[in-house]
Design a protein around this ligand. Sequence first.
Ligand SMILES: *Cc1c(COP(=O)(O)O)cnc(C)c1O
Length: 338
Amino acid sequence: MSRAELLVHKDKIIKNVKSLAEFSGKKLIAVIKSNAYGMGALNVARILEPLPQIDSFAVACVEEGATLRESGIKKDILILGGVLREEVDFLKDYRLTPVISDIEHLKAIEGCRLKYHIKYDTGMGRLGFMEETFEDPRIEGVMSHLSTPADRDFSLRQIERFRRILLRYPKAKKVHMESSAGVIYRLPFTTHIRVGLAIYGEKPLRDYPLKIEPAVSLRAKLLSVKEVPKGHPISYGKTYITPRRTKIGIVAFGYADGLMKSLSNKGHLLYKGKRLRILGSITMDMTVVELSDVEAKVGDYLHIVGEGQNFVDLARLAGTIPYELMCDVGERVKRKVV
Ligand SMILES: *Cc1c(COP(=O)(O)O)cnc(C)c1O
């Protein structure tokens, strides 16, 4: 029934997980923060949970973890964003595992019987302890994060710093640093990889040495098909004027659904693999495309992502990163697993 839907292709997600596990030789901590990058956290978690390659999940905050638990997710859930004092009861009630990256987080969990991971800032310049190490039997894991995986020299310096810190944690059961892009370093001293983007089928680097397949498609229905005369303005601000008589389609997908306005007069949507130009300004709920060469009818689906176009392509065109586009897929877009 939905006019716009985001389809998560289960078989492709599973293939990508296998590919990541095989390439790294490690189990995955699957990052499903921010509603699994907009792809639907519960849907994705339910696909991933039974897979032997999935060790656990990671989300940004306690609420995201609690929601997954309430929906029946059983594997460990790591809270990447640490823990604030008022959240400690949640942690315990929902069996969540915090990443501790500030002395205040540590104080917040004083006296609590829970395991945690400790995070180091080896050059990311965001969360993480700088140097100080701790002796605490509750420490299950030690982690760090690469800021610029595409910069080899810098990443190798981060990696070396992390390796030195790890000498102080010989008993850590889980050690993790590699994100989707970071897996290219194939670190010999980590036990897990901590990945999101590649699971969803988007390549984090141009030359990515693993086989990753698109796992998501995003499509919306045509609301109207019509011909307009030569010289007719299209959409707000009349930024496109038809140079000739033109068949146009109006699709039920706008910037509120995640099609960034900066793609106005720039991007393409797809119909049966054919590229349809976006004409004029993208509006909140609708976008106009050129239909001159195709036989699409009202009610037919056009693809925003899929049929050869992925979030990486759109992001490049919009001057952003795929992560942002994915997180921007609107709430009214129906998420489905197929
Ligand atoms: C989001 C995030 C990841 C996952 O990154 P991908 O590029 O999606 O694989 C890993 N670690 C941390 C700390 C993150 O915030």
